[in-house]
Design a protein around this ligand. Sequence first.
Ligand code: HEM
Length: 184
Amino acid sequence: MALSASQMMEKVVQRVNFTTDDQQILKQQADWGLRVAPEMADAFYAYLGKDTEMSTILNASEGRMHRLRETFVQWFHEMFTGIDDWGEAYAERRWKIGLAHVRIGIYPEHVVPAMAAIVQEVGVKLRAEGCSDDLQTALSKICMIDLAFIEQAYIEVSSAAVLRETGWSAGLFKRLVVTGASAM
Ligand code: HEM
């Protein structure tokens, strides 16, 4: 990627204003996160299953749903633990998750509403259990950081592929994109 994963992390943390207070709140509630993760995974896959396109992707290969459920639970819990205090290892892990989705052909039109569904579901659960608004704020912020990684992966992979195939410079490619967008 043009930026390293940890540089990207630094930028989004700043833009989302993910503070050390948010991080403390998440860490304190890491056990809660682990406890509710399977329930969140069920709700998430029920949501994806209602969409014909996404349901086809989910069921495209043997064992995929099972793997996904496990990786979702781990992903959800990592938002609370921060792996290495939301540092380099966290950023690398999120970058790889982004790449995994690009490889399978899951696009922003799928991922953005899906993340909105997760935030909404988490909100319902937090309210039902009488959890604090602070936890909801911190979780929404980290979900947006993770979303930024998945989204950025599309841009990085697409532009790297074009540059590799054509031998164009990054500057030329950027100019062509800007000109193309102006013509639309
Ligand atoms: C925004 C929400 C999403 C999150 C947090 C998420 C999370 C994850 C994670 C953690 C992985 C494992 C990546 C790895 O191998 O390192 C994964 C893979 C995958 N995700 Fe997502 N995902 C999201 C959206 C979606 C959507 C919208 C679909 C559409 C069907 C989808 C389908 C898949 C599939 C098919 C895999 C690969 C499973 C396999 O064969 O191992 N995900 N996802």
